[in-house]
Design a protein around this ligand. Structure first.
Ligand SMILES: Cc1cc2nc3c(=O)[nH]c(=O)nc-3n(C[C@H](O)[C@H](O)[C@H](O)COP(=O)(O)O)c2cc1C
Length: 375
């Protein structure tokens, strides 16, 4: 517990790394990854939209920005308008994005994803209903752990054989190399929200009978293989993170009692340094909570499970009040907070929060150009 009245939210944080150097963050506000569906030519290349979106949030004082779900392969993208990191042109655009984020004093993480059966979705934009994008609209045949449709409105997937699974693991490896070359400071592996790694882990949808299905050990095999491959490709001087849906909110699905020990093993034995706690997204359920800080309890449970490790635990979900974020940190529920929609509403959320929490003006993380805004 901090014994003075200095803000914990605006105290520095180090994400640990295997080589012991660590990644120093100026504060504990993390931008949660949020798809922008702003790729123009269905080519996975970041555009001016991404630069202004992430640029404003970096200028707004965040410690770490997690760039949205980025496909490790064309078929792994959530929608035709998602970012990718499998071509030279994409890598160059990421490099520009990262350079600007760094110029504002923030660190940059990239969320690497394979959407599995939830790939080739329609971009979540006004007037667009969910489900698979048609082939005419740039959609494709999605691949997954089974040949079932993953959700209402999605086409049946093509079931991955072992060679297909190995290909995905090498796509993650190649993406990690490109992320390093683009200058990213951290990777977040997406194992949440109903995408491929979550589809593999959860008994609610993984009905395979080979070594990738059945027991928890088998269902977690793909996560271990991806984490090990990425850790191998990613420098030991850089932190590796994972976002997990800690529970499916459904009887018989994933629960914190199984996901927390999994994260613990990944931290202790497989080089994970940062766990970002979310939930759900695989199956619809009225039990999925919302409201202020709606995952706080899950975050605290994960933190407790990892208490004797050096991993950083962050939590996402309905955090928009600086005072609530401060309390979560002061009471050691988590080490950092991931801010999603509040950062879209106000890209300068971090600067605003610092002012509200009494951080002296000269220490406010806002860009110097905005000094006279008098936060
Ligand atoms: C427009 C939008 C896009 C999102 N895209 C992603 C994504 O790419 N990856 C991810 O893990 N979560 C994604 N999410 C979920 C957010 O990261 C976050 O977990 C969720 O919005 C809850 O946090 P919040 O209440 O702070 O917004 C998205 C959410 C929104 C609103």
């Amino acid at each position: 517990m901090t014994t003075d009245n200095r803000s914990t939210l605006f105290s520095p944080l180090t994400l640990p790394t295997p080589d012991g150097t660590g990644l120093a963050l100026r504060n504990r506000t993390i931008l949660s990854p949020m798809c922008q569906y702003a790729v123009n030519r269905q080519d996975g290349v970041a555009t001016d939209w991404h630069l202004q979106h992430y640029g404003a949030i970096a200028a707004g004082g965040f410690g770490l920005l997690t760039v949205e779900s980025t496909g490790v392969s064309p078929v792994g993208r959530i929608s035709p308008r998602d970012l990718g990191i499998y071509s030279d042109e994409q890598e160059t655009a990421h490099w520009h994005l990262v350079s600007f984020i760094h110029s504002q004093g923030a660190a940059a993480a990239i969320q690497l994803n394979h959407a599995g059966g939830r790939a080739s979705g329609k971009p979540w934009l006004p007037g667009v209903q969910g489900g698979s994008a048609s082939i005419e609209d740039g959609g494709w045949q999605a691949v997954g752990m089974t040949d079932q449709s993953i959700a209402k409105g999605y086409r049946p997937t093509m079931k991955l054989d072992k060679a297909g699974i190995k290909q995905i693991i090498s796509d993650f490896t190649a993406a990690a190399h490109r992320a390093d070359d683009a200058g990213y400071d951290a990777i977040q592996i997406h194992a949440a929200h109903g995408y491929l790694l979550h589809q593999s882990l959860s008994p609610l949808v993984n009905t395979r009978t080979d070594e990738y299905g059945g027991s928890f050990e088998n269902r977690s095999r793909l996560i271990y293989e991806v984490v090990d491959a990425v850790r191998e490709a990613w420098p030991n001087s850089k932190p590796l993170g994972i976002r997990i849906s800690a529970t499916d909110w459904v009887e018989g699905g994933l629960a914190i009692e199984t996901t927390a020990p999994l994260m613990r093993d990944l931290v202790k034995h497989h080089g994970i340094n940062w766990v970002d706690v979310s939930s759900g997204g695989l199956v619809n359920t009225p039990l999925q909570p919302s409201g202020p800080g709606f995952h706080a309890i899950l975050g605290a449970q994960m933190k407790q499970a990892l208490a004797d490790t050096d991993a950083v635990v962050s939590v996402v979900g309905g955090i928009s009040s600086p005072e609530q974020a401060e309390t979560m940190l002061r009471t050691h529920q988590v080490d950092a907070v991931s801010i999603g929609r509040a950062a879209m509403r106000n890209p300068h959320w971090s600067a605003m929060a610092a002012a509200r929490l009494g951080v002296p003006r000269e220490d406010n993380p806002a860009a110097p150009q905005y000094w006279r805004a008098e936060w």
